[in-house]
Design a protein. Structure first.
Length: 100
């Protein structure tokens, strides 16, 4: 011992590791992602293509992620007019109304 101080350091002694209870942190909220769904109504001819889905149910406990979602609806209406041929009697219309 030089000058009253120890010259060597003993290795640290470790006790058993203790697990503390889990804590829940405040929720972290990501910016809202915007989605647009467009609906178009048409008349179609059905063509059947059969398929099969097998559902496999698995249970896994891990993390909980939350994705709050809102939605809105926009209704659009379009009008189409077709003149298919020349009317037989167009005396109700001014001359040149149909371009001929």
């Amino acid at each position: 011992m030089a000058g009253g101080y120890p010259t060597a350091v003993s290795p640290a002694q470790y006790g058993p590791t203790q697990a503390l209870p889990s804590q829940v942190a405040p929720a972290q909220v990501s910016p809202t992602q915007q989605y647009v769904n467009t609906n178009v109504s048409n008349t179609v001819i059905p063509v059947v293509h059969p398929s099969h889905t097998t559902t496999v149910n698995k249970h896994v406990n891990t993390y909980k992620h939350y994705f709050p979602h809102t939605q809105s609806v926009v209704n659009e209406c379009y009008t189409q007019n077709f003149i298919c041929g020349r009317p037989k009697h167009h005396h109700c219309c001014p001359p040149g109304h149909f371009g001929y």
